[in-house]
Design a protein around this ligand. Structure first.
Ligand code: NAP
Length: 104
C-alpha cells in the first residue's frame, strides 16, 4: 500500500491496525507536533505507548491530551532528555524496571 505525502497518520495506522494492537511503542518528542500525533494514533489502535519527555510535567500533559480523545489509551510517562547520555541511561534503566516485554 502506497501513501501520498499528504497521508494522515490515522490513515496509515488504520492500514496496519492489526500489527499495532498489543505492541509497545516508545515515541520520543511525544508532547508536541508529529510525536504527539504519532503517540495518539498508535494508542488509539491499542499499542502501549511510552511517553518520554524532557520533564514529567510535559509527559503528563501529553497523556492528558491523548486521553481526552482516547480515555482507554495505555500510556506510560517517563523522563528523557536526549541531549544527555546520563538521562538516556536513566530512561533505559527505568524502562527496563517496568518489565515491559519489548521486541525490537
Ligand atoms: N521530513 C519532513 O517532511 C518533516 C516534516 C515535519 C517535521 N519534520 C521533523 O520532525 C521532527 C519533529 O517535528 P515537529 O514539528 O513535531 O517538532 P516539535 O513540535 O518541535 O516537536 C519536537 C519534539 O521533540 C522534543 N525534543 C526536542 N529536543 C529534545 C531533547 N533533547 N530531548 C527530548 N526531547 C526533545 C521536543 O520536546 P520539548 O517540547 O521539550 O522541546 C518536542 O516534543 C523535527 O525534527 C522536524 O524537523 C520533518
Amino acid at each position: 500500500m502506497k501513501f501520498g505525502r499528504k497521508a494522515r497518520a490515522s490513515e496509515i495506522a488504520q492500514q496496519y491496525a492489526d500489527n499495532i494492537k498489543g505492541k509497545v511503542a516508545i515515541v520520543t518528542g511525544s508532547n508536541s507536533g508529529i510525536g504527539l500525533q504519532t503517540a495518539k494514533v498508535l494508542a488509539s489502535h491499542g499499542a502501549k505507548v511510552i511517553i518520554p519527555c524532557r520533564t514529567m510535567e510535559k509527559a503528563r500533559g501529553a497523556m492528558e491530551t491523548i486521553k481526552k480523545d482516547y480515555p482507554q489509551a495505555d500510556l506510560v510517562p517517563l523522563q528523557l532528555e536526549l541531549d544527555s547520555l546520563a538521562s538516556i541511561r536513566a530512561f533505559v534503566k527505568r524502562f527496563l524496571e517496568l518489565n515491559i516485554r519489548f521486541i525490537c
